[in-house]
Design a protein around this ligand. Sequence first.
Ligand code: SF4
Ligand code: SF4
Length: 193
Amino acid sequence: MARTKGYPEALDNKLRDTRLYEDESHPQFTKTVEKVSMTIPHMCYQCGTCTASCPSAPRSSYRIRKFIRRALLGLEEEALTDPDLWLCTTCYSCTDRCPRDIAPTDVIMAMRNLAFKRDIIPVNFLKTVQAVYTTGHGVPNNDVNRAARKKLGMHPDPPTTHRHPEYIKGIQKIIDHYDLKKNADRIVKEREG
Ligand code: SF4
Ligand code: SF4
């Protein structure tokens, strides 16, 4: 919240400058992203430090700086329908280094939430929701890992829901509160039958 303190007025002034917009731009999208992310993409001066810090950038077409620009210009469709939106690892390197004290990671998370509300989400993310719901892990343990852990003198399972499955119910309660599993199941079924 501290990151937005004192800035809403500056954003309002910037949004009044219609020269910033093209037909497909939605100033409301900028405001929604700022509200959901609780950060200040309109303060971006496109220095590129975020992209230069990003571990996904050298391996893909994903450019965080581009998404920050889309947030500022209100390019909702362009931002939410770009599959690159899902290539951020949420490592927070960009947030640590942004000289304008913007949290680009939180902008991406906000856009993902807005995309998910419109069922725009890759199936593998939904399968992660299903895995967390069933096992408490996005990537559950498997026999190969168990053998490797044993070899190292460790317990075959980590001290998580794998060893304490009684806590899975609590995780399910949280996920159900947001209808995440229900929506994940529905979308996976629609796409894969
Ligand atoms: S590091 Fe910050 S100011 Fe620079 S381009 Fe990225 S978001 Fe904008
Ligand atoms: S948080 Fe996402 S966008 Fe930022 S540096 Fe990490 S992978 Fe890149």
